[in-house]
Design a protein around this ligand. Structure first.
Ligand code: HEC
Length: 308
């Protein structure tokens, strides 16, 4: 598990470095007019909404709400007033060296914000998006920020019924029943469709194993504008679908050169996943900036443990 996890951690770390390096000379402190500094020590003064964990990358995420956003959450309202802000910290985790069956946060990887201003951010559903490196620099250069904001918004459009906010307060108080996540999602927002490989862009076709005529293409609001972050978030869903159907599964960005693809290794699928029976999966995704017409492809093979 650890090697598998470190592999993904390495890839994602590299991915963020690559993104940051190509825009280095144009690095700025702000995105959409927001800086890290203006949110101060939000992790000490705002409300902790919830925590999430990515099993494949070992990444822990904490979401915070300022007072305005928190009030709306408490009232169960998805109609956030202007001034509401959410923050999310993505953190690496490592085994505690003194007790290795417990993983501890080991440093922030990035900070993300959503600021409610219906007028200013009318073209991204009333939310202004910002993403920063751990040292408070904007992850994207000024000329990439608009397209990246739309990529953020495109995925958050998965949850219109929650006001485009995924996080819901977790119930932890003693004696209170944990609330399962609300599942009033509009049907069909995210779905797979079987498509002909021949109809896909060249860059994707080249990567599909020889002889495969059809694959499972993922659709959702996020495909309108995809960027490297979308690929990272969506990859586990593609792997799951490839395993379920034994057909390659892909996300192909509309009008961009970005895509992600996963398939079961055609040659030698059986493998050993740390003592468990596993299946060998090839997965890849494009890395770089949305403005790049020929992004590089990050490709890997790993052994996915089969459910017992
Ligand atoms: C492919 C989907 C996807 C993309 C793209 C995406 N997000 Fe999110 N975002 C999520 C999910 C899912 C959550 C829930 C928490 C989690 O799983 O980490 C979330 C949570 C958040 C939160 C906490 C509030 C909430 O909605 O739960 C903020 C802030 C946030 N994202 C900002 C951003 C920013 C800024 C970008 C663009 C740089 C972005 N997101 C791009 C899927 C996405």
């Amino acid at each position: 598990m650890m090697a598998f996890r470190s592999f993904f951690v390495a890839v994602f770390f590299l991915l963020f470095l690559t993104g940051a390096a190509s825009a280095k000379e144009k690095m700025t402190d702000s995105m959409n007019g927001y800086t890290m500094a203006q949110f101060g020590e939000f992790e000490k003064t705002w409300h902790l909404v919830t925590s999430r964990f990515r099993r494949d990358t070992g990444e822990m995420r904490l979401t915070y709400a300022n007072d305005i956003a928190w009030k709306a959450l408490q009232e169960g309202s998805s109609d956030y007033p202007d001034g509401a802000v959410f923050a999310k910290i993505g953190m690496k985790t490592e085994d505690d060296p003194d007790f290795t069956s417990s993983a501890v946060p080991s440093g922030a990887r990035r900070y993300q914000f959503m600021v409610r201003d219906r007028k200013k951010h009318a073209d991204t559903m009333g939310w202004g998006y910002a993403i920063f490196t751990p040292d408070g620099k904007a992850t994207f250069s000024p000329e990439d920020q608009e397209i990246e904001s739309h990529a953020c918004s495109a995925c958050h459009e998965m949850v219109p019924h929650r006001g485009y906010v995924f996080s819901q307060p977790m119930t932890l108080a003693a004696g209170r029943q944990a609330q399962p996540p609300k599942t009033s999602a509009p049907q069909g927002l995210m779905f797979f469709e079987t498509v002909d490989v021949a109809a896909l862009p060249d860059a994707v076709r080249r990567e599909v194993p020889a002889g495969v005529k059809q694959l499972r293409r993922l659709h959702g609001p996020f495909e309108k504008k995809v960027f490297t972050g979308t690929m990272g978030e969506i990859r586990p869903a593609l792997i799951k679908e490839a395993l379920r159907t034994r057909s390659p599964a892909a996300l192909v960005g509309d009008g961009t050169a970005f895509f992600a693809l996963a398939y079961v290794s055609p040659d030698k699928p059986d493998c050993d996943a740390h003592g468990k029976k596993g299946i060998s999966v090839v997965s890849m995704f494009t890395v770089g900036h949305a403005a790049n017409k020929t992004p590089a492809i990050e490709k890997n093979t790993h052994c996915e443990p089969l459910a017992p």
